[in-house]
Each structure stands twice: as structure tokens, then as C-alpha cells.
Design a protein around this ligand. Structure first.
Ligand SMILES: Cc1ncc(COP(=O)(O)O)c(C=O)c1O
Length: 409
């Protein structure tokens, strides 16, 4: 008998695997530049008005447990945001607050997925989607974002695949279809028309649609974001979101799930999510009070977010321009979030896998990025474009030179 459970092997996050190597190199006195983690607060400080409200919550003695599914005041603030941005009329019961979107993923998978059930994900996917599904003994049905169409969804392909699932009787086992918009790792903001067609297909096939919209305000290069919540009225769906990215507060660990409808599945899910929340008693209380202020102080937020997104746009475009100088990479320019996901010609560079490339790059140059296979897409790399220009220049020039040195042509 083994001590650890069989399923525990799925508790892994490839984005952080190379951190051990990076730490060793730093101990040896080497310079390491890590472009692996999407943590804006590392380079762009969390807005002062949010930090101040966190401190005030502590000073005011708001240090005890809170209602498990989140403070009522926070639910009101979130409902207000969705009213302002998307015209939604959410009720208290439609909103479940969690310790980041990460915890919402954990709860919803445990709540919905039994052994042998499945979920539809699109590749490249955010790796924890897969971990949480597998941890609950779920199987994946992998659809794909289409690289040659700026990583949008190929609707005919999706329709074909859903029709096949139905004919082969496998659709019954599908608990949900989950997509990410704007996307990590591709930085794509899905076109409204594509989203409309995805929503129509989900409706036609009776799928529970979940949209992770944690980067919904980080959109640039003229792109426009549409929330699934605007298109999916009257059909079962859920939206994932949080404070981490739009409010630059990753360490506050505050997210939420919105389930706007009252059909049977939606009602069951939102009630069960509260049960899960009660098992862990409470969320970080001062963090929730800071979130109430972060979301309700629309004037401060709008002023700050404009310059935040502008700065991200500048850094991202600068990074993409540098990567485009590399003849061994093919880049789709992102217009949302802060990730770049170039395709790499591994054969020309003499590497067996993207994993080997990334590991060697780190050991030889001190530049840490993530391999595409971790997102279900081999022969790709994922880089975070949040660092200031001089750091991006240093790291990406090293990456480009490393490729030139290894090239076999
Ligand atoms: C698509 C996506 N969803 C969820 C998360 C995690 O969010 P949180 O920090 O709220 O747990 C991330 C973090 O990078 C992400 O990229």
C-alpha cells in the first residue's frame, strides 16, 4: 500500500517546476531573470488605495472569520461591477467568493466531477485546469484554439467534435466546457462573433459553459473584450474572476465565481459551492474589505487601470518586437493579459523537446520561462511580458542569442 493517494500525482504546476533550478543558480551567485510567473505586483505596485484599505481593515479590528461564501458587502460590490460593466442583475446567491480563482477551480471540480466524468478544455490551457480535473479522476476532452487564426476558436471544428461526442454517447459524461478569455498563455481576446457561436453551440448541446475572465480589463492594441455573461442569458453558465490581475493584487488571494441563472444545474452548483466554502470556514477577512474598496472606488480604479494597462501594452509590444527578431520563433501578437506564446523550431535548434530547451536556456543564460507542453501545446514557449523594458531587453536578447548559437543552419 502506498502512503500517498494515486490521484495526488496530479498535484503539480509546471509553471513553477524550474523554480528549484533557478534558486540553485541564484545560490551559486548567478543572475537569474524569471519570466515564468504572471505576477504583476512583482513589477507594478498594487494601487495605494487598495493597500491602505487592507491596513484600515486591520486597524479597525476586522480580523475575525467572515461569512464563508464572502462578505455580503463584497457580493454587493461584485454585483455592482457586473451591473456597470455588463448590465447584469446579480443576486447575493449568484456570487461565491473564494481564495482566488484557484480555489473556485478546486471547489467546482470537486463538486461536479466524479470518477470517469469529463470536461471540455481548449488547448493551450492554463495548467491548473487540468490538475484540478485530474485530481478528481476526471477525463479531458481537448478542443483547441487555432493558432493560424490568432488563437481564436475554429467553430466548425468544435461543432464537428461536439456532434461526434453526442453520437458516440460521450457527451453525457461532460460536466462542463471551460474557456479562458482573455487567454493565458496566448494573450488572445476572443472575437465577439466567435464567442456568440461558442455560446450557441453550448446551448445546442446542453453544455454547462464556464468562462475564466480574470484578465477582463487587461485588453489593448485596440481589442475589445466581451463577457460570456452578456451572451449567455437564459442558459446555464458561470464566470470566474478575481482581484489578482485587474486590481494587481495577486497575493490578496481573492476570487469569485458568478452563477447568474437559476436552472437546475446552476442552482445545484451555487448551493454546493457554499457548502465547500463552509468546509474551509472563512476567507481572509481584511483582504475582502480591501476588495470592497478596490471594486467600489470606481473613480480611483478607472484612473489607475488605464495607466496600468497602457504600461502593460508598452512592455508586451516591446517584448514581442524583440522576439520577432528571432528567426526560430513564430509569434502571434497578444492583445490581452500579459503572456506571449511563440512557436519554436526545436529541430533547427537541436533540442528534443521544449522542456529540454527551457531547462538548458535557464542553466546556460539564467533566463527562466515555461515550456508549451505544460499548456498542452508542445514546441511552444510561454513568456511573461510584465518586466520593465531593460529587464525584457536583457532577457530576450539572451534568449535570441542562445537560439542563434544553437542553430543548425
Ligand atoms: C487564466 C487564469 N485563471 C486563474 C488564475 C489564478 O488566479 P488566482 O490568483 O485568483 O487564483 C490565473 C493565474 O495566473 C490565470 O492565468
Amino acid at each position: 500500500m502506498t502512503f500517498l493517494s494515486e490521484r495526488s500525482k496530479h498535484a503539480q504546476n509546471a509553471i513553477e517546476v524550474e523554480d528549484i533550478v533557478a534558486e540553485e543558480l541564484v545560490k551559486e551567485g548567478r543572475k537569474v531573470v524569471s519570466l515564468n510567473r504572471g505576477d504583476p505586483a512583482k513589477y507594478l505596485p498594487t494601487p495605494k488605495y487598495i493597500v491602505d484599505s487592507y491596513k484600515k481593515a486591520l486597524d479597525d479590528g476586522k480580523t475575525g472569520y467572515s461569512k464563508a461564501e464572502g462578505l455580503n458587502e463584497l457580493a454587493v460590490a461584485i454585483a455592482g461591477r457586473y451591473k456597470r460593466m455588463h448590465g447584469l442583475n446579480l443576486k447575493r446567491e449568484d456570487i461565491i467568493c473564494t481564495a482566488g480563482v484557484s480555489e473556485a477551480l478546486e471547489f467546482m471540480n470537486s463538486a461536479m466531477v466524479s470518477s470517469g466524468d469529463s470536461a471540455i478544455l481548449f488547448k493551450p490551457y492554463y495548467p491548473p485546469y487540468m490538475s484540478h480535473l485530474r485530481l478528481n479522476d476526471g477525463n479531458v476532452v481537448l478542443e483547441r484554439y487555432n493558432e493560424s487564426d490568432g488563437w481564436n476558436v475554429h467553430i466548425d471544428e468544435l461543432r464537428h467534435s461536439l456532434s461526434y461526442l453526442k453520437k458516440s454517447n460521450r457527451l453525457k459524461k461532460v460536466k462542463y466546457m471551460l474557456m479562458t478569455n482573455p487567454n493565458n498563455p496566448t494573450g488572445t481576446v476572443l472575437r465577439r462573433k466567435v464567442l456568440e457561436e461558442i455560446v450557441d453551440l453550448a446551448n445546442e448541446y446542453g453544455l454547462f459553459l464556464i468562462s475564466d475572465e480574470i484578465y477582463d480589463e487587461i485588453v489593448y492594441n485596440g481589442a475589445r473584450f466581451t463577457s460570456v455573461s452578456e451572451l449567455a442569458e437564459g442558459m446555464p453558465h458561470a464566470i470566474l474572476n478575481g482581484l489578482a490581475k485587474d486590481y494587481d493584487a495577486t497575493g490578496f488571494r481573492l476570487g469569485y465565481m458568478i452563477v447568474p441563472e437559476d436552472d437546475k444545474r446552476s442552482l445545484e452548483l451555487k448551493k454546493k459551492m457554499v457548502d465547500y466554502a463552509r468546509v474551509r470556514i472563512s476567507l481572509n477577512t481584511p483582504s475582502q474589505w480591501a476588495a470592497v474598496e478596490a471594486i467600489n472606488n470606481v473613480k480611483e480604479h478607472n484612473r489607475w487601470v488605464k495607466s496600468y494597462v497602457k504600461e502593460i501594452e508598452k512592455r508586451m509590444n516591446y517584448a514581442v518586437d524583440l522576439l520577432e527578431e528571432n528567426p526560430y520563433l513564430q509569434v502571434v501578437r497578444p492583445n490581452g493579459a500579459y503572456y506571449i506564446f511563440p512557436k519554436i523550431d526545436l529541430k533547427l535548434l537541436g533540442f528534443k523537446s521544449d522542456m529540454q530547451f527551457v531547462d538548458t536556456l535557464l542553466r546556460k543564460t539564467g533566463v527562466q520561462i515555461v515550456w508549451g507542453s505544460a499548456f498542452g501545446e508542445p514546441s511552444h514557449l510561454r513568456l511573461v511580458g510584465l518586466a520593465p523594458k531593460e529587464i525584457l531587453e536583457y532577457a530576450l536578447n539572451r534568449l535570441n542569442n542562445f537560439c542563434r548559437k544553437n542553430a543548425r543552419n
